[in-house]
Design a protein around this ligand. Structure first.
Ligand code: FAD
Length: 550
């Protein structure tokens, strides 16, 4: 952790970004899976400006690296969302005479040398990209800078764009990186309130001159590759695909409509699934100026799992289809009630901004404490924790399939399997259940979420799992184990969510739905609980109190 790779990369970029290699034949922007947009994109804007200044065209590169997707447990839904967004980007760029060149590359360790080879092949002397904070990606970019230095004449600039406040800026008085959210977020709001650079928008890229088509080399980039329908090994069924297309429409326009809908429309009842929420109702046409829009109600309703209570913007933020800055800057000028920098926990707006700050906080942790993206617990003593070793596979499988005998856990897991998304409260409940009730190592859960979630983001997923397992930064204290029955009654009082995803229990009423008797469950073909919650909680407390002891 002492050799923070993001700092090594930052240092290298200081040396590589001002290398003078002449204006070259074009400028290259290397788009990654975290910055898939044209609007308010720092590296893209800088690349476009450089191209204009040199009077040369801008070219965009996107690389598919399937080996990376396997190594990082990427899921088919996220890959599909990436491809669908890329298709729109390709068309939008083409309208600006900017080619989006895509290429599939293997093995992943030679990506930097391949990119450099590509740079040279198109006569480019300047490359711009936005930084990714995961360890493998940082190492890749460090290697790219090293190779560029050996070559000479190629300048590489890697910018901060992913967070509202980039990692490493917010430090304690002792110049330490924070591992507790509250003091971090206090400063976070001070930074964005006092320095306009954090919320400043970057201009969209300007069009290339028609003359790009005269260069044989560059013209060929427009048509040489097609965006594939899918990446082998990451196929979705046609039913899954149809669901994803209606629940998560791709593109920047769709992303701002979803944000707009959250800011300006009323919460509708009975919108449980994303299909209900996005496709059938709640379009931004029914705009309202009232104080009862989704975002205003967010403070009170965000923990309710039985409706459309949150923004559902996470998949767009994870791929960078919309900038976190844009989310933070959301401003309702009509009612003038939404302040860009409101961090009060008492209002819906403030509460929501706090969540965007959590996203930055976890990215800050990923960058500053690289062990967290290497599968290690943040609290080192928990590396010795005794996880349950008997029958982990059967219990893990039951958890994955939503067959634990705990209705709220099962409804949540089936929702994840069916839709690729899960409400935050349910992510916490199911993660606690796996790690505390079943005492199964959080890394199995983290991996499964990664494979299923359309909004997978290493920093937030790892942060959420380690929070739930009490092994992470600012975690849930180990003795505060969620009671799944209470979570269920509080979050889904009428049982609408459970009935929707666990239809075999639909006939049960009242408390029975949250905690069915064994006799009833058996009659309905529903499994009996894998474990007694209260006994399991005692076991977890013993193990966490004294990690390493049997
Ligand atoms: P909203 O409530 O509308 O929040 C707005 C945005 O703030 C979100 O889109 C997200 O970008 C950010 N945000 C909200 N809550 C958190 C949080 N607790 N931590 C970090 N950022 C947050 N989020 C992901 O984006 N990707 C993941 O892979 C992911 N895995 C998680 C795993 C676990 C075990 C837990 C407990 C949480 C995880 N989260 C993850 C955080 C959170 O659950 C989701 O961001 C949220 O449910 C997304 O829905 P939304 O967009 O409607 O959120």
């Amino acid at each position: 952790d002492e050799n923070q790779p993001y700092l090594i990369l930052q240092d290298m970029v200081q040396k590589t970004k001002d290398v003078k290699g002449g204006k070259g034949e074009c400028v290259l922007y290397w788009m990654r899976m975290v910055d898939m947009r044209l609007k308010d994109n720092r590296a893209l804007a800088k690349a476009s400006k450089a191209a204009k200044e040199h009077g040369v065209p801008l070219v965009v590169l996107f690389m598919f690296v399937p080996q990376d997707y396997i190594a990082h447990d990427r899921g088919a839904r996220k890959i599909d969302f990436m491809l669908r967004n890329l298709r729109i980007l390709k068309d939008d760029l083409k309208k600006l005479n900017i080619p989006l060149y895509t290429e599939t590359h293997s093995p992943r360790r030679t990506v930097p040398s391949r990119v450099l080879e590509f740079i040279k092949s198109i006569g480019c002397t300047q490359l711009f990209a936005n930084m990714e904070y995961e360890i493998d990606e940082l190492r890749r970019d460090i290697k790219l800078c090293q190779l560029a230095q050996q070559e000479q004449g190629v300048s590489i600039d890697v910018l901060h764009d992913r967070c509202v406040v980039p990692p490493g800026i917010i430090k304690s008085k002792q110049d330490k990186d924070y591992s507790v959210y509250s003091p971090y977020s206090k400063q976070w709001f001070q930074y964005i309130n006092s320095d306009p650079q954090y919320l400043a928008k970057s201009p969209s890229p300007t069009a290339n001159d028609e003359s790009i088509h005269k260069s044989e080399k560059l013209r060929a980039l427009f048509d040489s590759t097609l965006i594939p329908d899918c990446i082998p090994g990451f196929e979705l069924t046609s039913e899954q695909l149809a669901h994803m297309e209606s629940a998560f429409p791709a593109g920047e326009v769709a992303a701002s409509e979803i944000l707009d809908r959250f800011l300006h429309t009323k919460t509708s009842k009975q919108q449980l699934t994303l299909e209900d929420a996005f496709a059938k109702g709640g379009s931004s046409k029914e705009k309202t100026n009232s104080a009862h829009t989704r975002i205003h109600e967010y403070g009170d309703r965000r923990d309710k799992i039985d409706g459309d209570t949150t923004s559902r913007l996470s998949a767009y933020l994870a791929l960078g289809v919309i900038a976190a800055r844009t989310a933070e800057m959301s401003d309702d000028s009509e009612s003038a009630t939404i302040k860009a920098t409101d961090g009060s926990r008492k209002t819906g707006v403030g509460r929501w901004n706090q969540e965007v700050a959590w996203r930055d906080f976890y990215n800050n942790i990923t960058a500053c404490f690289p062990r967290t993206s290497m599968g290690r617990p943040f609290i080192e003593k928990y590396a010795d924790l005794k996880w349950e070793l008997e029958l982990p596979e059967a219990n893990l499988e039951a958890w994955k399939q939503g067959m634990t005998g705990y209705p709220v856990v099962d409804a949540a897991m089936r929702c994840l399997n069916k839709t690729g998304w899960m409400h935050n409260r349910l992510r916490m409940t199911t993660a606690m259940f796996l790690t505390k009730d079943l005492m199964i190592d959080w890394r199995f859960g983290e991996q499964y979420f990664s494979q299923q979630l359309v909004d997978h983001d290493l920093a937030s997923n790892n942060g959420g799992w380690q929070w739930s397992a009490s092994t992470g930064v600012d975690p849930a204290p180990y003795f505060r184990v969620f009671n799944p029955y209470l979570q269920s009654e509080k979050g889904d009082p009428d049982g609408a969510f459970i009935r929707h995803f666990v239809p075999e229990l639909a006939s049960l009423k009242g408390k029975e739905l949250h905690h069915p008797s064994e006799a009833h469950a058996e009659k309905l073909g529903y499994p009996k609980p894998l474990i007694d919650h209260f006994e399991a909680k005692d076991r977890a407390m013993r193990r966490f109190k004294d990690p390493g002891a049997v």
